[in-house]
Design a protein around this ligand. Structure first.
Ligand code: CAA
Ligand code: NAI
Length: 703
């Protein structure tokens, strides 16, 4: 029997343990091992029932995701999948009990569903998260789960992909019992109890009571389709998962499994699935920094402090408190501090009202935030995050103060969105402790944390920052120090193209509409209105002296700001806003843009949505290629993860660099060259892009 699976006998119960660390994925060898163990016990009279349990930290996290890439690339033939194996478990003549701790996800839950009974540790979670990988359950999950949990619950689980806790699984009949204490011992006892009943094993596929072929199924499925179209806009897999569940409500189990297999296959070979699998591994890859081995000593973070209780300071304080880390929040003015605390309080109350957190949880978090108007207590802080106004002189002053009040081993992080970390570090006598922690607004919600490495930043500070990001529930991505770092530097090109397109003839809602349809969470002009047009206006003014004389620049954004149209906060920007904050296209803005175009000598024309997407997205990724050349991003995937988590880029397109590979770098390069001929030097292709295109390579292969 392969070592991945072990069998021991405990009296009349056979215990099969899966040992495939780290997460007991169903890699080649695991199903074979389980099958061999079952076969060994089939004819053993002394064995009355079987327990299937995971060794290590979890039950089974699903199919081995690495295998999917081998199948779609043709490296490996797809066999019959797990379906026949699960039928063998279900048809085993003695009761098989799945004992679940950690997680039973995807193929892992499907294995458990094929067992005759399921028991779970109180902290266990079960789910069918396949849609998050652009696929659907492929081993009978869409057929067995509705038989156990009912059509509505199964549809929600398979179409949305969020795992549920053990308690909820019990409530819906997915697990039979929750086991406090030692799970293995409890499961063996449970198996003995079942064996003692002497009943034939209960096959999930033969249970029809919750699969009512009644008219309410149609309404459940229709509502799920509507929700998927809205909440998982542009994604194929959720709709296919619902189709598969519908098959369960209309067909026999065998026919339903065949329908599921066809839908699974369709999803597996889709571009969306390849992109989402890239994202799954990408999110884990960004945590690996080539020159910082995992054993690097990390600095323990027990107490934090923040300087500046503005928009960002408030969000960052909540992010720390939510992770259970006490945090001092320092302001200069009482009024600003009170305002900030009121915003924090409101945010927490809203979360309670929406049922996201309990009042007790919120009260405990709120108590971790300690307001202050002085540096008292900063001496104990293991990390300080500076979030004062964006200005080099002020930042230097604050860091010089921190140098005096903080202990030598404290991490000093700046939340600057554009300034030079090395200059800020030079205001201290310990530049090795200084780093950029670029949070995104709202900082308690957005998953991205750009971690900016200065030239002196120590490895320990970087390792601690990466670990901290994870603790805060964020994806930390390490980037180099340059103006705008990775995200904002690339986004600037995208925004700029969006504005050029307006002057060339596209309407505001056409630009936003084309990019929304492409899958962006919001169009670039609506984003500008949301974050405030004055912010980038101030930055543009500060850096104007660095612009090449005579270089083309869009005019309308400055004019809007001169008119006091800063976006949503002033009720008007690129759009007008009513009470409900709904953007309303504004003829005034169209007139203003026409005027700007006349001044710039641009003849306006009709612009197709495809061109809008190419101009903006290719602008973004040409800059991304430069960032790679300069080593500001470690790998193309780092850029992808930044855009997915901080800028609303659609995950099913894998991120800008992955998307470029999907389009084909030759095609992208040729189009950029055409733009260069039409629009000038701003479009000079990055040498890396040129080289890869000419060699017929991809970013993924080069990165
Ligand atoms: N296949 C292959 N590798 C996997 C894996 C899987 N199903 N799940 C996790 N891993 C790998 C990760 O890539 C990571 O590798 P590195 O250490 O090399 O980076 C390692 O296992 C540990 O994973 P995490 O860092 O994510 O560990 P965690 O403790 O934070 O989370 C988890 C554990 C909740 C199980 C999480 O890994 C997870 O969600 N895994 C994926 C679950 C999933 O999507 N399952 C469905 C698979 S598709 C399927 O099953 C189709 C079907 O119907 C047959
Ligand atoms: P803000 O204007 O909302 O808040 C800044 C706060 O700092 C003010 O309340 C001010 O009173 C306070 N402050 C100034 N000097 C101080 C001092 N010496 N001690 C303590 N408090 C002081 O600004 P915001 O938007 O929160 O930005 C802060 C920083 O975060 C800036 O560097 C900005 O570039 C960066 N950032 C902003 C993002 C955003 O979307 N707003 C996103 C990411 C980064």
């Amino acid at each position: 029997m392969p070592e991945l699976v072990a069998l021991r006998r405990q009296g009349p119960i056979g215990v099969i343990t899966i040992n495939n660390p780290p997460v007991n994925a169903l890699s080649p060898g695991v199903p074979e091992g389980i099958r061999a163990a079952l076969e060994a016990m089939r004819g053993e009279e002394a064995i009355r029932a079987v327990v299937l349990i995971g060794g290590g930290r979890t039950f089974i996290a699903g199919a081995d995701i690495k295998e999917f890439g081998k199948i779609t690339s043709g490296e490996k033939q797809r066999g019959a999948g797990l379906v026949p194996f699960l039928l063998e478990i279900e048809d085993f003549p003695k009761p098989v009990v799945a004992a679940i701790h950690g997680a039973a996800l995807g193929g892992g839950l499907e294995v458990a569903l094929a067992c005759h009974h399921r028991v779970a540790a109180p902290s266990a979670r079960v789910g069918q998260p396949e849609v998050k990988l652009g696929i659907i359950p492929g081993a009978g999950g869409t057929q067995r789960l509705p038989r156990l949990a009912g059509v509505a619950k199964a549809t929600a689980m398979c179409a949305q992909g969020d795992p549920i806790p053990a308690e909820e699984a019990l409530q819906f009949g997915i697990v039979d019992r929750i086991m406090d204490g030692d799970l293995a011992a409890g499961a063996v006892e449970f198996a003995q109890e079942i064996a003692g009943r002497g009943e034939p094993p209960r096959k999930t596929r033969e249970r029809g009571e919750k699969l009512l072929r009644d008219p309410s199924n149609a309404a459940i499925l229709a509502a799920a389709r509507e929700q998927a179209a809205k909440k998982q806009r542009g994604m194929i897999a959720p709709l296919k998962a619902i189709d598969a569940i519908e098959a369960a409500t209309k067909l026999s189990f065998e026919e339903g499994c065949r329908a599921e297999a066809a839908l699974f296959q369709e999803c597996l070979f889709s571009d969306q699935s390849k992109a989402l699998i890239h994202v799954f591994f990408g999110e884990r890859a960004v945590a690996k920094i080539p020159d910082i081995p995992p054993e690097t000593a990390a600095i323990a973070i027990r107490q934090a402090a923040i300087v500046g209780a503005g928009t960002m300071g408030a969000g960052i304080a909540m992010a720390y408190a939510n992770a259970g880390i006490p945090v001092i929040l320092k302001e200069v003015e009482q009024q600003a501090l009170d305002g900030c605390l009121a915003r924090i309080q409101k945010n927490y109350s809203d979360s309670v009202n929406k049922g996201r957190f309990t009042q007790q949880w919120v009260d405990e978090r709120r108590a971790l935030i300690q307001p202050s108007l002085s540096y008292d207590g900063f001496g104990e802080a293991d990390i300080v995050v500076e979030a004062v106004f964006e200005g080099m002189d002020l930042k230097k002053q604050v860091f010089a103060e921190l140098n005096k009040v903080c202990k030598p081993e404290a991490i000093l992080a700046s939340n600057t969105s554009s300034l030079d970390i090395d200059q800020i570090a030079a205001a201290t006598l310990r530049p090795q402790m200084v780093i950029g922690h670029h949070f995104f607004s709202p900082a308690n919600v957005m998953r991205l944390l750009e971690i900016v490495r200065g030239k002196a930043t120590s490895r320990e500070v970087i390792a601690a920052s990466m670990a901290l990001a994870r603790r805060l529930g964020k994806v930390g991505v390490l980037v180099g120090n340059c103006r705008g770092f990775v995200g904002n530097r690339m986004y600037h090109q995208y925004q700029r193209q969006a504005q050029f397109l307006l002057e060339e003839g596209a309407r505001v809602e056409e630009v936003d509409g084309a990019l929304y349809k492409f899958g962006m969470a919001m169009g670039p002009l609506a984003v500008g209105d949301l974050s405030g047009l004055d912010v980038s206006w101030r930055i543009r003014k500060e850096y104007r002296h660095l612009e090449e004389p005579g270089a083309r620049r869009p005019l309308a954004a400055d004019r809007l700001c001169e008119m006091g149209r800063f976006g949503q906060k002033t009720g008007a920007g690129w759009y007008r806003y009513d009470e409900s904050r709904k953007p309303i296209p504004d003829p005034e803005v169209e007139k203003l843009i026409e005027q700007c175009a006349r001044e710039a000598g641009i003849e306006r024309r009709k612009i197709a949505p495809e061109e809008i997407v190419e101009r903006t997205i290719y602008g973004l990724l040409n800059e991304g290629a430069r960032i790679l050349e300069e080593g500001i991003a470690l790998r193309p995937v780092d850029i992808d993860i930044i855009f997915l988590n901080g800028y609303g880029f659609p995950a099913y397109r894998g991120g800008p660099m992955w998307y470029a590979d999907t389009v084909g770098l030759q095609k992208v390069y040729e189009r950029i060259r055409q733009f260069e001929q039409l629009h000038g030097a701003l479009w000079t292709p990055s040498p890396l892009l040129k080289q890869l295109a000419e060699q017929g390579k991809t970013f993924a292969a080069a990165g």
